[in-house]
Design a protein around this ligand. Structure first.
Ligand code: ZN
Ligand code: ZN
Length: 128
């Protein structure tokens, strides 16, 4: 990590020197640095909010338990996008439908949602 920080500083020094040659005053340079830092900070915040809003978070068990249980034949899909196995109407393999109307085996989608609450097919983030 030291070398990365080092390279970054060299970059910055070079940029300052070049802008100095373009006639930027020391004050302009400092103002520019402040803005760059501010914009980077804003981008970090927005990234954080998107992450918070769209996923990267697990779904809580109560929300999973409330997911619709479709019958085989009610689903748009013929197979489960998580395990790639076909939906079989054997009365055992329970299915669950996400609010985006994509369906999966219960065990597959529960396992998936316990790590990431976005639909494996369309990335729809389930609200907890
Ligand atoms: Zn499955
Ligand atoms: Zn979906």
């Amino acid at each position: 990590m030291d070398s990365v920080g080092g390279d970054h500083d060299v970059d910055r020094e070079e940029r300052r020197e070049r802008r100095g040659r373009w006639g930027w005053s020391e004050e302009d340079l400092q103002e520019n640095d402040r803005w760059t830092a501010r914009i980077r900070e804003l981008i970090r915040q927005v990234d954080g909010e998107i992450e918070e809003e769209e996923g990267g978070k697990k779904c809580d068990p109560a929300t999973m338990a409330g997911l619709h249980v479709p019958a085989v034949g009610e689903t748009r899909e013929q197979d489960c996008a998580v395990c790639l196995e076909e939906f079989v109407d054997d009365g055992e393999g329970k299915l669950r439908m996400m609010p985006c109307s994509h369906s999966f085996h219960e065990r597959c989608i529960f396992d998936w949602l316990s790590r990431d609450r976005r639909c494996p097919i369309c990335r729809f983030a389930i609200k907890s």
